[in-house]
Write a new protein. Sequence first.
Length: 300
Amino acid sequence: MTTVKFDNSPRKGWTLKLRDFWTLTKPEVNFLVLVSTLVGFYLGSTGPFHLVLLLSTLFGTLLVASGTGTLNQYIERSFDGQMRRTARRPIPAGRVSANEALIFGLSLAAAGGLFLAVAVNILASVLALSTLGSYLIIYTPLKRHTPLCTWVGAIPGAMPPLIGWAAACGHLGLGAWVLYAMLFLWQFPHFMAIAWMYREDYSRAGYQMLPLSDRAGKTMAIQVLAFSILLIPVSLIPSLMGQAGMIYTLGALILGSGLLYYGVRLAHQRSNSLARQLLMASVVYLPMVFVLLMLDKVSS
């Protein structure tokens, strides 16, 4: 007879605990935050490139973003427990206490804001902390009251390029707001795909990510199509402003058309599988279009 041995050592316990705290920070979201911050910094830079300043910006932004993700899960812990896809998160599953998450989230956010203010500049710190505040204080509670929460949430969601740009040059130029507009528009096909995939889960927790009366998904389809279409010409503005060359222009057209293709498919046949394909297309689109923009930057 085989005896199964379980490792209950303190070291094993701390490893699992650290993994749970890492999960609280929402690392998958933070990846896109850092990519967006990086492109803002790079395009906002003039003269010699300051690597230490970039790393400081990314580190401080990561701390604030991690604090935001943690505090969001702290606020929504009771509702996360009602949804299948979030019930196993550290707080509702009981692996991390609410007080632990609160202290962890506040510590990360405060450390990040202070670090940005000292190591980068005040504007970058203010932008990062205002992103946290508007996301937690306005967007998060609004999710249970109106589908307009998606519009409200897209405002802080598009802030990372502004943080990067401000960190690089200390002010916000027109190019920064173009990046902001691109990220603002991109969020709608991305979040509408998620909202459609998990519409029943959201409904169980009382979240109104989609209109309760629109079970056919017409509102979702309209937003996916409208914002995917708008994203294409807006993504070409850097080329029109002389910030990027032909490689970026062609790449942005191809990537934007690809995103629109998956959006059209979901709008035509509203299934979870097509929503998942649009979600994956959106996750591919954003870093790729930003990387192209950085690689094909026209020196000023």
